[in-house]
Design a protein around this ligand. Structure first.
Ligand SMILES: Nc1ncnc2c1ncn2[C@@H]1O[C@H](COP(=O)(O)OP(=O)(O)O)[C@@H](O)[C@H]1O
Ligand SMILES: [Mg+2]
Length: 379
């Protein structure tokens, strides 16, 4: 079957060049070239071509709507631009573009990009990132961070995001965002063993009408004892097939199940608070990760409940841990407590509060870093 391509290009010469190059690629059929982008986007939304080539002359993706509208319809968009800056590339990819090619078009790069896009369509497994939120101490803000970050990931990327409560046996995500799932993680594991990825996806409960889903904690404490590292492996393999971002609220115990999920994670957000015993704990976790031979770039340190005028300075913490602090979330007891008591994410309590802005900034920094990393790996 041929892959249909629609081109949005208003420069005649470039459009002709694209037509010629496309004619040289097997299994590709040029459907239409549009100079009027609104008309072109409408056509794409109705006919769903496999690939759209979208040429822009802007030096900012001001017309982000085109990319997001196409991404919402699961149409692969390749952006062409004479403005090839890192920021522009990241911005385009964040809005859902599959690739970015600089202009003037180099034939080899163009053909490779189209072929790569076709190959990825064949591969049904999405690129997917597991992000674990971890601390070996309770009460530090792990669930607060995991929940609010997951809401932000879904809001910003519009991709499918799942929030998994592995805080066994006493998870509490469902009470943080008031969700009542019919299936919990233990039954999802049983489902995974017998029924596969689609059934696991169906076990995840959608949060309102967003692209965020939740895989809830077990209802009964004793249920969690049946979980093994093999179960975890299988479950997350299936989740990777359905979700772009998998956020995990990991338990505090250093047991086999938790080590398995930390091992499987693409990123670990190690949460701490600026006080001596907790920094010491954070150091212990870093030593553990080092002993487990985790890639040192995999762990990012997040300081929660940060106060500007704290006695211990961030630079001191960085010196002790011998690692930069990736992000600081301000201390805001009032907004966080109000969010927990009302069972809503902080952005629904106060969209301008310092914690809301901080979660939003953290999600955006993480997606940028993830996209930049994937982009480099795929070059
Ligand atoms: N940024 C913050 N500012 C103020 N208080 C916070 C913040 N983050 C968390 N808290 C407080 O810490 C408590 C524990 O948070 P929680 O997310 O349940 O931690 P954990 O999951 O690590 O046990 C919350 O009840 C809340 O009062
Ligand atoms: Mg918790």
């Amino acid at each position: 079957m041929n892959n249909k391509v629609v081109v949005l290009e208003n420069e005649t010469e470039a459009a002709e060049l694209i037509r010629n190059y496309l004619s040289e690629i097997e299994d590709i059929e040029l459907d239409k070239i549009y100079t009027d982008y609104d008309e072109g986007v409408e056509y794409c939304k109705n006919t769903k071509p496999h690939i759209v080539i979208y040429s822009t002359t802007e030096n900012k993706i001001t017309n982000k709507n085109i990319i997001t509208q196409l991404a919402d319809k699961n149409i692969n968009t390749i952006v062409l631009s004479s403005n090839y800056t890192t920021n522009l590339v990241i911005e385009a990819l964040r809005y859902g573009a599959k690739d970015f090619i600089s202009k003037p078009i180099i034939k080899k790069d163009f053909i490779n990009s189209i072929k790569k896009c076709c190959k990825e369509m064949v591969k049904t497994i999405n690129k997917s990132n597991i992000i674990s939120i971890y601390s070996n101490k309770g009460g530090i803000g792990k669930t607060t961070i995991a929940t609010n970050l997951a809401v932000e990931f879904a809001r910003q990327t519009r991709e499918k995001v799942v929030l998994v409560d592995l805080n066994l046996p006493l998870g509490d995500i469902t009470t943080f965002i008031n969700i009542k799932p019919s299936v919990t993680i233990t039954s999802a594991i049983e489902t995974a063993t017998h029924k596969g990825a689609e059934a696991v996806f169906n076990a995840c409960k959608q949060y309102k009408d967003t692209s965020l889903y939740v895989l809830a904690e077990p209802i009964y404490m004793e249920e969690s004892h049946t979980m093994t590292p093999t179960h975890i492996y299988k479950l997350f393999e299936y989740l990777r097939e359905s979700f772009s971002y998998i956020l995990v609220d990991v338990g505090t115990n250093v047991d086999k199940t938790n080590i398995k999920i930390l091992e499987l994670s693409d990123l670990i957000l190690l949460v701490s608070i600026v006080n001596l015993p907790l920094i010491r704990n954070c150091q212990r976790c870093l030593d553990l990760f080092n002993n487990l031979c985790f890639d040192e770039n995999k762990t990012k340190i997040i300081i929660n409940r940060y106060l500007e005028n704290d006695e211990i300075k961030i630079e001191d913490v960085e010196k002790v841990l011998n690692q930069n602090i990736y992000w600081k979330i301000p201390n805001n007891y009032f907004t966080i407590m109000s969010s927990i008591n009302k069972a809503m994410p902080v952005c629904e309590i106060n969209e301008n509060s310092n914690v809301t802005l901080s979660f939003s900034g953290l999600a955006s920094k993480l997606t940028e870093d993830i996209i930049a990393k994937d982009f480099i790996i795929n070059q």
